[in-house]
Design a protein around this ligand. Structure first.
Ligand code: BDP
Length: 716
């Protein structure tokens, strides 16, 4: 009897436990991003409550500290069920937000925090459990109100992830920007998450709540600038009505420490018929831009400046008047300098129609900008894409990093133009880390790309989709960009763990497997799209799906065959001295190492070398067999990503589970298409048999060539 009772009890407990763990959390639509503030468990609530029995901000609230207080109300309201009341007097258990201006004793000679605060600059913060005025408090301290806002987000983040309080943090780079490639008609170039969030038609009168939530999300990461419109810009952007609209956005973003910038079209005054030329040395043109800058600053006093795409892909620029990029950039810089504005002049240039034919496209940015080094005004930065071609799934770092004295900004692409849009999972934190930590070898003892930077920009993946980014996992790319813009030494894996805990809850049964998936995901995409240093073999125009066979576009360097150079003799682009010699643009030490295929990392092999199909790889396989193995691994890993997600089903809310499951299913199909199409094509050129165990593509090459993607998004 006793036995059967305890057996029954055990069975009942088992059933209860099984039911509990099978009950998925409530549905979420992703709108709250990583600022979800869902209730903590009871013991965590008690410890947070003890840190924040009251909230104290000495001195008057400003719009920025008000944003911090509002976030605490929202955050603690969600995490604890009830937020503590703001108080005026410091007491035991207070959460104290203070700057030296608000609490002078922080700056007194006897303050143990004085030196530490001084080292934090304008934007840094420190978090500390300490004693102030005889009371035990949790202190968020900074030198400015924006530092307090960043510190507030950091404190909430530490609570959300269950991490120990961060000691202190300050950004290394002052310019941490998003670049929106948003058009005035709300289409988004390379956007895969709906329309532009900027409703230009409704502005300036109607300011969507999204703008505030956008500001909160960015401030929570430390992003402090945003370029509102596409680099392929329109003259109207700089007309009074649009300046007023930009000003309305700037008003919403300002309390969050975010400045507004605009992309300026070089020929704006000419196209608006307000000048007779766009020559940067023409006094008429100079006077127009000066008036324009003054007009903008009258409306947006803290306007950040311009980003400019000039003489690139058909855009107008100073070269149309036989002037240089420096002439153009400096002319604009002179108009902005009195207002403390900057010019971010893009180095993404390759020959305008008809010129440079035959020159390796990878060399052209360096060739144009290196000779101009030293000629740019102090408020000009050269904005350089991470690699020398174009946001490929993997590229070696651009040779301009470390090569210029002129301040250089990094341009990453957060939106996944070449990595499967927002349908394929690819966590870009690993790509950002790989690039930032790459050694430019431009100094004795090494100099990472990160160390060469004066700023960082990311091409936004934000749109009107309910989940902002097109998929839940694409939110992680916005998050990772922001965290790594703040701290270039951050590890992709730590950032992924933070994001996963904040986005799906700090349960290790969820966080650990999600981090594993994220860390595998981008390599998976590289493997099924462009392994071993292959690049730019995507479909024409929209850049989705495989098209390594394309050879009929107007410019040679628009054709995939130009980049992979596969033939009977082998595959790859020879960028050594025997080939285009793009390697000579890198530091000598780097060039030496990468000139020899044996000392070139295999992930970049075909970027720098043209090698025979029977070239022996480190694995002992031939290059042909290795290429096939990578395509197979890409497909197998895409399937594994799906399976890993399915295993998490009981722990993820149904809505987000299903939305991602559908995408991962589509990703498997995309991986299969890439694998099969590339194998079919490369086999047709190599003429080699498939080694035993490698499955033949399901269809003929002709079939793959006939696959089209009508209405693929993001291509305008
Ligand atoms: C390419 C995009 C194109 C952009 C261009 C750029 O395909 O839409 O306009 O970059 O960065 O990747 O200017």
């Amino acid at each position: 009897m006793r036995f059967s009772l305890s057996a029954a009890l055990a069975a009942l407990l088992f059933t209860l436990a099984a039911t509990a763990s099978a009950t998925a959390p409530p549905n979420e639509d992703g709108y709250d991003l990583w600022l979800r503030y869902r209730p903590l468990d009871k013991s965590a609530q008690a410890s947070v409550q003890a840190q924040a029995r009251s909230i104290v901000l000495p001195g008057a609230a400003t719009p920025t500290t008000q944003a911090a207080l509002d976030e605490l109300q929202k955050g603690l309201g969600g995490l604890l069920g009830r937020a503590p009341a703001p108080a005026t007097r410091i007491a035991d258990g207070a959460l104290l937000l203070a700057t030296p201006a608000r609490l002078p004793e922080l700056n007194s000679n006897t303050s143990p925090l004085r030196a530490e605060l001084a080292a934090l600059g304008n934007e840094g913060y420190l978090l500390r459990q300490t004693r102030v005025q005889g009371h035990n408090v949790t202190l968020i301290a900074a030198n400015s109100d924006i530092g307090l806002l960043y510190g507030t987000y950091a404190w909430l983040r530490d609570i959300g992830t269950g991490a120990k309080l961060e000691a202190s943090s300050a950004p290394t780079l002052q310019l941490r920007l998003l670049n929106h490639w948003d058009n005035l008609n709300r289409t988004v170039e390379r956007g895969y998450s709906g329309q532009s969030i900027w409703d230009w038609w409704a502005l300036p009168d109607i300011k969507d709540q999204r703008y505030t939530d956008y500001a909160r999300a960015n401030a929570s990461l430390g992003i402090n600038g945003t370029v509102l419109n596409n680099v392929n810009s329109k003259p109207e952007v700089l007309t009074a009505p649009f300046i007023a609209k930009a000003a309305a956005i700037a008003d919403v973003l300002r309390p969050y420490g975010i400045k507004v910038y605009l992309s300026a079209r070089w020929s704006t005054p000419l196209e608006l018929k307000e000048t007779s030329t766009a020559d940067p040395l023409s006094p008429e043109v100079q006077a127009w831009w000066k008036r324009k800058a003054d007009e903008i600053y009258k409306t947006i006093p803290d306007f950040g400046g311009f980003v400019v795409k000039a003489n690139s892909e058909g855009q107008p620029g100073p070269q149309d008047y036989h002037r240089t990029h420096a002439d153009g950039a400096n002319m604009l810089a002179a108009t902005l300098a009195p207002h403390k504005g900057i010019v971010m002049w893009r180095a993404f240039v390759y020959a305008p129609k008809g010129t440079h034919i035959g020159e390796d496209r990878a060399k052209q940015g360096f060739d144009e900008f290196k000779p101009l080094d030293g000629q740019f005004a102090p408020n000009v930065l050269v904005q350089v894409k991470n690699g020398a071609i174009d946001f490929q799934p993997r590229e070696p770092f651009h040779p301009l990093f470390g090569a210029l004295r002129t301040p250089v900004m990094m341009e990453f692409q957060i939106t996944k133009e070449y990595l499967g849009f927002s349908t394929d999972m690819a966590y870009l934190g690993t790509m950002f880390e790989e690039t930032l930590q790459a050694d430019t070898m431009t100094a004795a003892g090494g100099r990472t790309v990160a160390k060469t930077l004066s700023g960082i920009a990311g091409v936004s993946n934000i749109g009107t989709d309910r989940n902002w980014a097109g998929s839940h996992f694409d939110q992680a790319n916005w998050y990772a960009f922001g965290r790594m813009a703040w701290n270039q030494q951050a590890k992709a894996k730590d950032v992924a763990a933070e994001w996963a805990a904040l986005t799906f809850g700090a349960d290790q049964r969820v966080v650990a497997p999600i981090v594993k998936m994220m860390m595998e995901s981008r390599e998976t995409v590289v493997n099924y799209m462009t392994p071993l240093g292959l690049h730019h073999i995507m479909g024409t125009g929209h850049h989705h799906g495989p098209a390594p066979w394309v050879d009929n576009l107007e410019r040679p360097d628009w054709n995939p065959v130009y980049y992979h150079r596969a033939g009977r003799d082998g595959i790859g682009f020879d960028r050594t001295a025997k080939g285009s010699n793009a390697l000579a643009q890198y530091a000598p030490e780097f060039a030496r190492q990468y000139s020899d295929p044996k000392t070139t990392p295999e992930q970049f092999l075909l970027w720098f070398h043209h090698l025979p199909w029977d070239y022996k790889m480190r694995s002992g396989r031939t290059l042909w067999a290795e290429l096939l193995a990578h395509y197979d691994k890409g497909l197998a890993d895409a399937r594994s990503l799906h399976d890993q997600w399915v295993a998490l089903k009981p722990l993820i809310d149904a809505r987000r589970y299903t939305e991602e499951e559908q995408r991962l299913t589509r990703q498997m199909a995309n991986a299969l298409l890439w694998r099969d199409a590339c194998i079919a094509y490369f086999q047709s050129v190599s003429g080699l048999p498939l080694p035993a165990g490698v499955k033949a593509p399901a269809h003929s090459l002709e079939y793959y060539k006939s696959v089209t993607f009508p209405y693929a998004p993001g291509h305008w």
